[in-house]
Design a protein around this ligand. Structure first.
Ligand SMILES: Cc1cc2nc3c(=O)[nH]c(=O)nc-3n(C[C@H](O)[C@H](O)[C@H](O)COP(=O)(O)OP(=O)(O)OC[C@H]3O[C@@H](n4cnc5c(N)ncnc54)[C@H](O)[C@@H]3O)c2cc1C
Length: 480
């Protein structure tokens, strides 16, 4: 019997799992995908927002500003790439200058430190590639960029290290109310638990509706992106926004924490929760809007496009509360942007709710906050490189040429406590296939290594989601 079962291992579920692993509790983290962070968490702008966007008094407002300030310590403990590059919201006319004033006021009320309204001259001095057509900008010094899936994987690894039980490839198909709490039924197994935390992202409505008569509906809102090569990653120094609209924070141009350039997203309400395709209309729109922000936009350096789906509800705020008619069942739903930025503060908020319900939750004495990242061979000194290769010669063999990723790093990614099982899971852990050729050269080698290390046939290796097999059999086998 578990004390707490968390449904969904996106950044929110993993954050809560890690926070719960600080207590003497038996925790289960149940996820339908074959990896953590495999849905909305892997496809977003990767910005740690400062916290001036949301209306004061909302959960978004409170938890974004608080969460933002928790990232330095967390990323140090978990060895996750994070840079406080600062963000700028550009204004192009007097009306937009007024909007900046409102954002500034909201930011102050939400408790955001180091906010400044800057003149056009100052902004262009700070970042000369910003458009000459601006009137001014709101500068938030605490705005940052992060590796969202590295963060999520690190949280999950640290949670497991501290005793959390993780069950991947387990889709929750039903939940029964029992005297002791809840029985969670998945496509693989059954889990009994006193409390449930519903972090199922786009499907949090489905999970809530299994136990509560207070029905919920999640509306998927798609956002599309262009990712540009590292050669143009320094085109802008800051996260560059335009003034927000009813549909959100708008199209941004930003460096990524790994040195690429990211442009997007748009915002389109859909019905289909699996519509992760990009469209020419969406991509053309974001380019047209982004061109207003910067003087040059070298689209010939684009290496890929992708889309993510925000989990929106009619409430227009995060829903983090015990369901009215299901005791001990906590919904963490409608976690659209700034969910990533708020994740650390959301997990503290959920622990407080649990403490109120369970009354007695004791802190563990031996919680280990540290998680060591896989060494990045290319970033080591010559001495460190030599030492590593002496210990394990697979660190001397480059597999991904674009990102200079060695076989040793890939093997390490597979054998971690939340190890990679798919080609894209390897990519998210060590960046093999993340570079300019997008895995054109290294994917076949990664498949070989995965099959060898996991002791399975190469035909059993998936690209990403369940069933996304890459190989069907030996070449020419059909002909013979
Ligand atoms: C276009 C876009 C841009 C964004 N930009 C930013 C940004 O820059 N900064 C920011 O702070 N936020 C941003 N966000 C928001 C942020 O990405 C989300 O708030 C965050 O990723 C939500 O995490 P989650 O864990 O709730 O959801 P998810 O990552 O979707 O995780 C939910 C998990 O639940 C699992 N699940 C679902 N149903 C079941 C079931 N039946 N059984 C078991 N498991 C189940 C899913 O497989 C999934 O892994 C953006 C979002 C989008 C889409």
């Amino acid at each position: 019997m578990f004390d707490v079962a968390i449904i969904g291992a996106g950044v929110i579920g993993c954050s809560i799992a890690r926070e719960l692993s600080k207590y003497n509790l038996n925790v289960a983290l149940i996820e339908k995908e074959n990896d953590v962070g495999n849905v909305t968490t892997k496809a977003n702008s990767a910005i740690i927002h400062a916290g001036y966007d949301a209306k004061p008094g909302t959960l978004k407002g409170k938890l974004n500003a608080k969460g933002n300030l928790m990232f330095d310590e967390l990323c140090r403990e978990l060895e996750v790439p994070f840079k406080r590059v600062g963000s700028l919201v550009l204004a192009f006319d007097d009306d937009e200058m007024k909007t900046l004033g409102k954002l500034y006021e909201q930011g102050i009320q939400n408790g955001v430190p180091e906010l400044y309204i800057l003149s056009k001259e100052k902004v262009l001095e700070m970042d000369p590639n910003i458009s000459d057509n601006i009137k001014g900008a709101l500068y938030a010094k605490t705005g940052g960029i992060i590796g969202p899936w590295e963060f999520t994987i690190a949280l999950a690894e640290n949670a497991v290290e501290n005793g959390v039980n993780i069950f991947l490839s387990n889709e929750v198909v039903d939940i029964e109310k029992k005297d002791f709490g809840y029985r969670i039924i998945t496509n693989k197994d059954t889990y009994d638990t006193k409390y449930v935390v519903n972090c199922a992202g786009l499907y949090a409505d489905k999970i809530n509706n299994m136990v509560s008569n207070n029905k919920m509906e999640i509306i998927p809102r798609r956002g599309q992106y262009y990712l540009l090569d590292k050669t143009v990653g320094n085109l802008v120094k800051y996260v560059i926004f335009q003034c927000p609209s009813k549909l959100g924070k708008g199209v941004l141009v930003t460096p990524t924490v790994h040195g690429n350039l990211l442009i997007g997203p748009d915002a389109e309400d859909l019905i289909d929760k699996t519509a992760l395709n990009t469209t020419s209309e969406g991509l053309n729109f974001i380019v047209e809007v982004a061109r207003r922000s910067v003087k040059t936009l070298p689209l010939n350096m684009a290496i890929t496009n992708f889309a993510g789906l925000r989990a929106r509800t009619e409430r227009d705020d995060f829903i983090i509360e015990e369901a009215v008619d299901a005791k001990g069942f906590i919904n963490v739903a409608g976690i659209e942007s700034p969910g990533l930025s708020s994740a650390p503060a959301i997990s503290l908020y959920v622990i407080d709710i649990l403490k109120n319900i369970a009354k007695k939750i004791e802190k563990k004495e031996n919680f280990n906050p540290y998680r060591r990242a896989i060494p990045k061979f290319i970033e080591l000194s010559e001495d460190e490189k030599n030492e590593l290769v002496k210990k394990d010669k697979r660190f001397g063999k480059i597999i991904c040429r674009c990102e200079s990723i060695t076989e040793g790093e890939i093997v390490s990614a597979i054998h971690r406590n939340v190890g990679a099982r798919t080609v894209d899971a390897v990519k998210r852990r060590v960046r093999a296939g993340m570079g300019r050729c997008q895995g054109g050269f290294c994917s076949p080698r990664v498949i070989e290594i995965l099959a060898r290390e996991l002791g399975v046939e190469m035909t059993e290796i998936e690209k990403d989601h369940e069933g996304s097999y890459i190989l069907t059999g030996p070449t020419k086998s059909e002909v013979q």
